[in-house]
Design a protein around this ligand. Structure first.
Ligand SMILES: [Zn+2]
Length: 213
């Protein structure tokens, strides 16, 4: 019953927002999306190497301020076949910014990212989303991307702990899995996570692909 209720809420919200507030896809196919927040970072190249070696396409939510400082990183993400999306200009909660200031910062971030074939996706820092900023984002045409499965990798547990937490017995079809860039523990856990999920029959896709965009 709880699963059915959650599914109902998801369907209603996704219809009301015309499918532009997303956190979990349908469970019809055994697919999940790996998503990475807070880049770019000094470890970005190593994350990309791990994903490239296993031919995994993921979604990266990056901050405009840091992208402006190292614009070449955009090409590195895109060459890996990854989806690139906005995580705001600085890592400031959208709920604490005036809508005009928020949209100004997001516009600046978009210019730093360049046009993206999947469209304009944004993930609010900390996942905090209020009615005013949420409405402003949707009205401005953004797809707002949250997540359904938190790896809690920001707690900096050992790689084996993070990997066990994200095993195929823990995630469900349609999940959007949250990770962070710039963390040695996450980087170390990533090969085991990818191999275990695939071993469990999961296909790993970008968030846009997961939602058929
Ligand atoms: Zn973040």
């Amino acid at each position: 019953m709880r699963v059915a209720a959650r599914q109902l809420v998801r369907d209603v919200v996704q219809r009301a927002t015309r499918g532009r507030l997303l956190w979990r896809a349908g469970s019809a196919s055994r697919r999940v999306a790996l998503t990475f927040d807070d880049g770019p970072h000094a470890l970005t190249a190593r994350y990309l190497d791990v994903l490239a070696a296993r031919r995994v396409a993921a979604t990266f939510f990056v901050m405009g301020y840091y992208v402006e400082k190292q614009p070449a990183v955009i090409g590195e993400y895109l060459r890996g076949g990854h989806q690139l999306a906005s995580h705001g200009y600085y890592h400031r909660r959208f709920t604490r910014q005036r809508p005009d200031q928020l949209l100004d910062h997001l516009g600046r971030t978009e210019r730093a990212l360049g046009p993206q074939r999947e469209g304009r996706w944004v993930r609010p820092p900390h996942g905090s989303l209020g009615p005013i900023d949420g409405t402003a984002l949707l009205a401005a045409g953004y797809t707002v991307a949250l997540w359904s499965f938190d790896s809690r990798d920001h707690e900096r547990a050992a790689p084996e702990v993070i990997a066990a937490r994200c095993g195929p017995d823990k995630v469900s079809p349609g999940d959007v899995i949250l990770f962070h860039e710039g963390q040695e523990e996450t980087l170390a856990a990533l090969p085991a996570i990818i191999d275990a999920l695939r071993g469990g029959g999961y296909e790993l896709v970008t968030m846009a692909d997961l939602f058929g965009r």
